[in-house]
Design a protein around this ligand. Sequence first.
Ligand code: SF4
Length: 149
Amino acid sequence: MKRRSPPPTPGVAMEAVKAIYQELAERPIERNCLLRTDCCRFRLTGRTPFLTKGEALVAAKAVRVSGRKRLPESIDGACPLLDHPTGRCLIYEGRPFGCRTHFCAAAGGPYARSEVVDLIHRLEDIDRTLGGDGAMALPIAVERALREA
Ligand code: SF4
């Protein structure tokens, strides 16, 4: 009888997610982000990034590293992780996959799913091994991961 491998520890899962982010960064897909942060303004775009559990753990850790225990309040329907005084992402190094692949039109537009679908499947696999419930909206996913940490 085949034995199931044990679920990964959160630390191992987070390293696997970061490796996926690194692979994405190495793909020759040209975009020119000018840090306009338009894509962080969910009320304007009508789109909120969805995170798998591994991505949420990475984002929650970055929130903690920034000295916070909870998500900041969302202002004007923007991402709660968009820092209004500076206009910068509070967790840029740990930002989720959707933030790394969804570019505004001025930056060249979002990546085609076919360009990154293999990486999406790997994120979904990690979600399953962590017992996640599938991808969920950024504020819910990160708040949940902060509570679990
Ligand atoms: S996590 Fe950062 S990059 Fe992603 S939408 Fe929020 S502020 Fe923007």
